[in-house]
Design a protein around this ligand. Sequence first.
Ligand SMILES: Nc1ncnc2c1ncn2[C@@H]1O[C@H](COP(=O)(O)OP(=O)(O)OP(=O)(O)O)[C@@H](O)[C@H]1O
Ligand SMILES: [Mg+2]
Length: 223
Amino acid sequence: MKGRLIVIEGLDGSGKATQTAILCEKLRNMGLEVDNYSFPDYESESSLLVRMYLDGKFGDDPNSVNPYTASCFFACDRYASYKTKWMEDYQNGHIIICDRYTTSNAVHQCSKLPEGEWDSFIEWLYDFEYKKIGIPEPDCVVYLRVDPEIGQKLLSSRYNGDEKKKDIHEKDVEYLKKSRITADYCADKCRWKTVECVDNNGMRTPEDIGEDVLDIVRGLLNT
Ligand SMILES: Nc1ncnc2c1ncn2[C@@H]1O[C@H](COP(=O)(O)OP(=O)(O)OP(=O)(O)O)[C@@H](O)[C@H]1O
Ligand SMILES: [Mg+2]
């Protein structure tokens, strides 16, 4: 019995790692077999080209690497993770939760293209990864919707104000603003499940957001 692949998606600093951890714990407490992975797989050698790209080795501006090329770097990293870490468990029915996935490429690389090219890029990307490369297509993508300014603030506190620790995407505010537009576009086009993480009082608490995420996932799993 094939497992399920659930992706937690969102802009930088939107709480993906936090929500992935909360969701995994809740599902495990329900007695389900759950494994979680995070992309890029920074600790693995498979992310070398991704790290070179994000460190600015090909240029400090994200636009110095075209979306198709950058996507290949991230796709290879995902393939390596799938083949060496979770293919068997997934094929044996485990629930796999990924903090970012192919969907992050849609968000972060579309922002380099004019709007008229977004659809064809997304079609190319999904065909490339899910059909040609053959990694699994997600059963559900949960999109944590956060204003880029708020995400940036949460990240700054993580880096203790040291801007030098940010990668070429994280330090480019204009690029991040465009990514919010492309994220909303992808969520709508690809029917991602949007969780509004910000309300009139600012960022909702992780526990509160986690309830919404669990509701979505329970709907998918019929539990
Ligand atoms: N709902 C929340 N309210 C306040 N702070 C939060 C909330 N969720 C996460 N944080 C904090 O914000 C920071 C970013 O969260 P997290 O690492 O989960 O985001 P991320 O989306 O995985 O970030 P990145 O895109 O950089 O990987 C962390 O310091 C985390 O503790
Ligand atoms: Mg993270």
